[in-house]
Ligand binder design. Structure first.
Ligand SMILES: NC(=O)c1ccc[n+]([C@@H]2O[C@H](COP(=O)([O-])OP(=O)(O)OC[C@H]3O[C@@H](n4cnc5c(N)ncnc54)[C@H](O)[C@@H]3O)[C@@H](O)[C@H]2O)c1
Ligand SMILES: [Zn+2]
Ligand SMILES: [Zn+2]
Length: 383
């Protein structure tokens, strides 16, 4: 039986719910309770479809079911729970999938992207924290504490980062994951400096963002690799000095080595395939750095020629969420967009409605287009 006392304060929402691997997402009318202590309610304006959503839907990663999917979105703050001080009603906020607790060991070290106990995190919060219900009262979780594929959401205030209200809504959504991940990988994890050579393998939302950040950092050359001609074209348009077809691996490998005069200072893998992880290691110069951003299925393993790797003194880094401190990095990246330093709008292949999400996931499987963004025009979304 629904709890009518709670339902009376709840509002209706529509969301895409993950109900099991290999199954279409379930577009459902749900109920959303008011924000609790330290929480806010947002009216969603845009939500990106990230390959990490696809990993979940395709069963590459084990995740609980009956969870509102989506972890890359932006919204307008609509109401505040008790004890929320740093955020105002009407703010445009980017939702982040790791809202640092501030007290665990990684947070105390300043590595907040590795937070062990993110606030509002997990995919189904404990019963006292669940705010989304079906009409029969059964709880529905929210992916990574944000569940952005929804018309409304309640999140921990620490998961909502206010940005310049002039930031286009579709781009603000992408600051929740792809853009911040790719840009942070270049700026923070790899620490690319002017004049260094950079190779980016995989030009989806994450990889193209990495290309833009490398160009903005003054890297040269910036070599972009993908199998899709339209991605190669996009990479050139946003400033890559060279774009190579990765389908012909021996040729592209030779070409990278030639262009970088023996191997790149930095190679970033932005797909999540063991074959391209192994390729990335080959393409770095002796002493060069390989930054892994793409994520494989949970059980997969890549092979390294340890003898060569050690003799060549290479460095292998993993980049989780671009090693960003969301409260610092996300407003700064939004500022770079507003000031024209990062053309992140070029990532947006098209705008879709929430009910088109399965088609967007299918397009991603076909490697078609960079980023499709769900917009909620009824909620005041604007480009
Ligand atoms: N590290 C993190 O914190 C983090 C955050 C977000 C996403 N990710 C991961 O990053 C990866 C990329 O995400 P995305 O949303 O940009 O994905 P995407 O599907 O939009 O992009 C992948 C790109 O790789 C290209 N590609 C596929 N196979 C290729 C091959 N063999 N050679 C060359 N190019 C190839 C595709 O054409 C596409 O352009 C995913 O694994 C995702 O889970 C990691
Ligand atoms: Zn923490
Ligand atoms: Zn993502």
């Amino acid at each position: 039986m629904p709890d009518t006392r709670l339902m009376s304060a709840a509002i209706e929402m529509t969301a895409a719910v993950f109900i099991g691997p290999g199954r279409p997402l379930s577009i459902e009318r749900l109920w959303l309770d008011p924000p609790g202590v330290g929480e806010i309610r947002v009216r969603m304006v845009a939500s990106g479809v990230c390959h990490s959503d696809l990993h979940v839907v395709d069963g590459d990663w084990a995740r609980p079911t009956d969870v509102v999917l989506g972890h890359e979105g932006a919204g307008i703050v609509e109401s505040l729970g008790a004890d929320v001080t740093d955020i105002a009603i009407g703010d445009l906020v980017v939702l982040v999938w790791t809202a640092p607790c501030g007290t665990c060991r990684p947070c105390r070290r300043g590595e907040v992207w590795l937070c062990a106990t993110p606030r509002g995190g997990g995919h189904r919060r404990d019963a006292a924290q669940v705010r989304v219900h079906r009409a029969d009262g059964s709880p529905v979780g929210v992916y990574s504490g944000v569940g952005t594929h929804a018309t409304y959401q309640v999140v921990d205030a620490a998961a909502a980062i206010p940005v310049d209200p002039r930031t286009p809504h579709d781009v603000a959504a992408l600051l929740g994951c792809a853009a911040t991940t790719g840009i942070g990988a270049v700026r923070n994890t790899a620490g690319v400096r002017p004049g260094e050579s950079v190779v980016v393998i995989g030009l989806g939302g994450v990889g193209l963002s990495a290309v833009m950040a490398a160009v903005a950092a003054g890297a040269d050359p910036v070599v972009a690799v993908d199998t899709q001609p339209e991605k190669l074209k996009l990479a050139r348009q946003v400033g890559a000095t060279h774009a190579l077809d990765g389908a012909d691996r021996p040729t592209s490998q030779r070409e990278v080595i030639r262009l970088t005069d023996g191997g790149a200072d930095h190679v970033l893998e932005c797909i999540g395939l063991t074959a391209t992880v192994e390729l990335a290691i080959e393409l770095a110069r002796p002493g060069g750095t390989i930054t892994l951003v793409g994520m494989t299925g949970q059980a997969e393993r890549a092979r390294v020629n340890v003898y060569r790797f050690v003799e060549d003194g290479k460095r292998l880094l993993g980049s989780n969420y671009g090693s960003v401190v969301p409260t610092n990095d996300i407003p700064r990246i939004a500022g770079d967009v507003v000031d024209g330093r990062l053309p992140l709008g070029r990532l947006v292949t098209g705008h879709i409605a929430l009910k088109g999400i399965d088609e967007a996931l299918d397009a991603m499987r076909r490697r078609d287009g960079a980023r499709r963004v769900i917009t909620f025009p009824g909620n005041g979304a604007r480009g």
